[in-house]
Design a protein around this ligand. Structure first.
Ligand code: GRF
Length: 198
């Protein structure tokens, strides 16, 4: 059995989608959800839908400076991951830059992120909005391994989608989200087939 931890900060549509899709893969188990904010609606939704899932709200200590704060937060996250014997991690809208401590826990290779652009274009925040504002003819979704940079790790999967002339920003984002919901579960499929060296 491969134990996976999900990480999220926001609305969590990708996290919920993965929780639904993982049920088709007998070798995989999403054993916990790590949330780093007080504002996400996810804990309530998950509690109702997946009452057996361990949800850990781990908030950063705002009194520490940037570097110590990250270290301290990651140490607390790792304690939880170790308790669940987590092997793989999937970031699903987790709004933190991952530091060396957590990267080391995953051996620099078992932590995956989804990003709403055709990386290496539009790293960072508001990628859909920035691509749309630039009038791109196509954009895309990328799934990559996490390294110490921001959205810079090795690419595992990428799929493009067109921007249609009649698109509003919300049409464009919706087209991207539909692809996110199809593409991220591909990682589960590959993990279940041991195709990612799991
Ligand atoms: C997604 O667009 C994902 O690509 C990015 O953060 C967003 C999370 O959306 N990393 P949701 O919370 O899963 O709906």
């Amino acid at each position: 059995m491969i134990s996976i931890a999900l990480f999220a900060s926001g609305t969590g549509t990708n996290a919920l989608n993965l929780l639904d899709k993982v049920r088709s893969y007998p070798k995989l188990k999403i054993c916990c959800l790590i949330i780093d904010t007080d504002t996400s609606p996810l804990p309530e939704i998950v509690k109702a839908k997946y009452p057996d899932l361990a949800v850990h709200k781990i908030l950063p200590n705002m009194e520490l400076d940037k570097k110590d704060g990250r270290n301290d937060h990651e140490a607390r996250v790792i304690e939880v991951l170790a308790g669940h014997e987590v092997k793989w991690g999937m970031l699903a809208g987790y709004m933190r830059i991952i530091g060396p401590r957590l990267l080391n826990y995953f051996g620099m290779q078992r932590l995956v992120n989804i990003h709403p652009s055709l990386l290496p274009s539009y790293t960072g925040l508001h990628a859909f909005e920035r691509a749309f504002a630039d009038g791109v003819k196509e954009s895309g979704i990328t799934i990559h391994l996490v390294d110490e940079g921001m959205d810079t790790g090795p690419i595992l999967l990428q799929r493009s989608f067109p921007r249609l002339p009649t698109d509003t920003l919300s049409d464009f984002i919706q087209r991207g989200k539909d692809i996110e919901w199809e593409l991220y579960p591909e990682i589960l499929k590959q993990l279940n087939q041991s195709a990612l060296g799991a």
